[in-house]
Design a protein around this ligand. Structure first.
Ligand code: F6P
Length: 478
C-alpha cells in the first residue's frame, strides 16, 4: 500500500486473519479468534480502507497484501514482544485488571516497555499510510497508547478509539503503575468509545482525578483547546448476515445432523466461548453437572454442548483453566454419564461461521455466563440465528449485552443455585413464553446491528468541532 493513500484506517492488535503453518509445512490464513474481528470485518467490507494489525505469527515480516477483498497491513512482532507485549502486558496485566481482577494481574516494567515499543510501531505504520485528514480508528486495550503517539506524528488526522472490553472501576484502575500514561494515551483520540455508559463515566472521572483536566459530562477539555468525547457505543453483529446463513438449507441440515448425533435429546444447551477464565465456564458446567447428578435433568432430557476456542495458550492462567475444565468435564461425564450418553460434549476447537450457525440452530438454550465481559457477541449471534422466534438465552448480568437483552434469563454466574434455576426455567418454559422473549430480543438485535454501531461512532468522530475555548467555557466541577 502506497504511503499517504488510505482514507480510512483501522488499527487492531490482530488482522482479521492469522497466518498458520499447516502440518505439511504449507501456510494458510485462518479467521482470527474473538468478537472484535466478527464485528469489524463486515464494517471494513462495506467501507473499504486499510486494516493494520499483527498476523499472528512471531518473527516474520510480511508486506501489505489484499485478502478476500480486504487491504491488510501486517505489523511484525518478535517472539520476545509476543511474550512481553501480547501475552504479558496485554493479557496478563490489562486483561485481568479490566475484568474485575477475576485473575491476579501481574505488573512488570519490562512488559510495559515492550507495550510502549509495539504501540509506537503501530502508530508509525498508521502515520505512514494515512492520507491527509484521514480517519483512523484504533481498537482495544492492546493499543491504548496509539492515539497520543499518532496525534504527535500526524495532528491532521481524526482519531477514534474503541475499547471492546470493560473499563474498570476507578479503584481497580488505580492499581496500574502506568495509569496516567494510559489515560493520556487515550486522550490522543478525538472520540473514546466504550461498551457501556458506566465505563465512559469511569474514564472521565479518572481523567479528572488523575490527569487534572476539566470535564463536563462526556467531554474532557484539554489545555491545548481540544475536546475529547468519551461515550458508550454498545457493539453489535452483522445480524442480517448471520440470519441469512442460518436460513440456508445446508446450515439447517447440519443442525439436524448435530441433534441426531447427540441422540435427539429433548433439549440441547450450548456454550460457545474463547477458553478464557472470564467466561464463567467452571460455574456453568458445575451447575449443569449438579442438575444431572440430582436428577432434575436426565441425560435423555438434555445435553450440554460446550465449544471452547483455544486462546492465549501460553499464558499461565489459561493453561490452568484448560486443565481445570478438562478435569471438570471428565469428572461430570464419568460420574453421571451412561454408555453412549455423555451429559457434556466438550469441543476444544474453533469452528467456521457456518458450523457456529448450525450449532445456534441446533440449540434450545444458549448459555452465556461470563464473570465479566465487555459485550459478548455470541449472545447476539444466537438471537440473530433464531429466525423462527424460538430458543432461550441464559445471560450473565455481568456481560455488557445484559444491558440490552433484557428478555434473557438473567443470572449472577457466581450464584450456582441461581444458575441452576435459570437453566431449568429456560429449558422448561412454555413455548409461548420463550417465543415472547426471543421476539423482543430479535427486534432489538436486528435494529441495533453492526452498521448502526459503526455509523454512530464514525458520525460522531467526524462531526465538525471547534476548539473549546472558542465555543464553550466548561463549568468547574468539584
Ligand atoms: O474482544 C477482546 C479481544 O481481546 C480482542 O481484542 C481480540 O481480537 C479477541 O478478544 C481475541 O483475543 P486474542 O487476539 O488475544 O486471541
Amino acid at each position: 500500500m502506497a504511503a499517504g493513500t488510505a482514507e480510512f484506517v483501522v488499527i487492531a492488535n490482530r488482522l482479521p486473519v492469522d497466518r498458520v503453518v499447516d502440518p505439511d509445512g504449507t501456510t494458510s490464513w485462518r479467521t482470527s479468534p474473538g468478537g472484535l474481528v466478527t464485528a469489524l470485518e463486515p464494517v471494513m467490507r462495506r467501507k473499504g480502507g486499510a486494516w493494520i494489525g499483527w498476523h499472528g505469527a512471531a518473527d516474520e515480516k510480511l508486506r501489505p497484501f489484499t485478502h478476500d477483498g480486504l487491504q491488510l497491513v501486517p505489523v511484525p512482532l518478535s517472539s520476545q514482544e509476543v511474550e512481553e507485549y501480547y501475552e504479558g502486558f496485554s493479557n496478563a496485566t490489562l486483561w485481568p485488571l479490566y475484568h474485575d481482577v477475576v485473575a491476579h494481574p501481574e505488573f512488570h516494567r519490562e512488559w510495559y516497555d515492550s507495550y510502549v515499543a509495539v504501540n509506537e510501531r503501530f502508530a508509525k505504520r498508521a502515520a505512514r499510510i494515512a492520507r491527509k485528514g484521514a480517519v483512523v480508528w484504533v481498537q482495544d486495550y492492546q493499543l491504548q497508547l496509539v492515539p497520543q503517539m499518532l496525534r504527535k506524528l500526524r495532528p491532521d488526522l481524526r482519531i477514534g478509539f474503541f475499547l471492546h472490553i470493560p473499563f474498570p472501576p476507578t479503584e481497580l484502575f488505580q492499581q496500574l503503575p502506568w495509569r496516567r500514561e494510559i489515560l493520556e494515551g487515550l486522550l490522543g483520540a478525538d472520540l473514546v468509545g466504550f461498551q457501556l455508559p458506566g465505563a465512559a463515566q469511569n474514564f472521565v472521572r479518572l481523567v479528572r482525578q488523575r490527569v487534572g483536566h476539566k470535564t463536563h459530562r462526556d467531554a474532557v477539555y484539554l489545555p491545548d483547546g481540544r475536546t475529547v468525547i468519551a461515550k458508550a457505543y454498545p457493539i453489535s453483529i452483522d445480524a442480517s448476515g448471520f440470519e441469512e446463513l442460518a436460513r440456508s438449507e445446508a446450515v439447517n441440515a447440519r443442525a439436524a445432523e448435530i441433534r441426531e448425533s447427540l441422540g435427539n435429546p429433548r433439549k440441547v444447551l450450548l456454550g460457545i466461548d474463547r477458553l478464557d477464565y472470564t467466561k464463567g465456564l467452571r460455574q456453568r458446567l458445575r451447575a449443569f453437572g449438579e442438575l444431572v447428578a440430582e436428577g432434575s435433568v436426565t441425560v435423555d432430557d438434555a445435553v450440554f454442548v460446550q465449544v471452547a476456542t483455544p486462546s492465549r495458550e501460553r499464558v499461565d492462567q489459561y493453561r490452568i483453566l484448560r486443565d481445570d475444565i478438562d478435569r471438570l468435564v471428565g469428572r461430570i461425564n464419568g460420574d453421571v454419564g451412561r454408555i453412549g450418553q455423555q451429559p457434556i460434549t466438550y469441543l476444544h476447537t474453533s469452528y467456521p461461521r457456518e458450523e457456529m450457525a448450525a450449532l445456534y440452530r441446533a440449540a434450545d438454550v444458549m448459555v452465556v455466563t461470563p464473570l465479566r465481559d465487555g459485550m459478548n457477541l455470541v449472545a447476539k449471534e444466537y438471537i440473530a440465528c433464531r429466525y423462527e422466534g424460538d430458543g432461550a438465552l441464559v445471560l450473565s448480568e455481568f456481560a455488557g449485552a445484559a444491558a440490552e437483552l433484557k428478555q434473557s434469563y438473567r443470572v449472577n454466574p457466581y450464584d450456582i443455585n441461581g444458575l441452576k434455576q435459570a437453566l431449568l426455567d429456560a429449558m422448561n418454559a412454555p413455548r409461548r413464553e420463550n417465543g415472547r422473549r426471543m421476539k423482543a430480543m430479535r427486534k432489538y438485535v436486528v435494529e441495533h446491528d453492526i452498521d448502526r454501531w459503526a455509523g454512530r461512532f464514525l458520525e460522531d468522530l467526524t462531526a465538525p468541532r471547534e476548539p473549546h475555548d472558542k465555543v464553550f467555557r466548561p463549568p468547574q466541577e468539584t
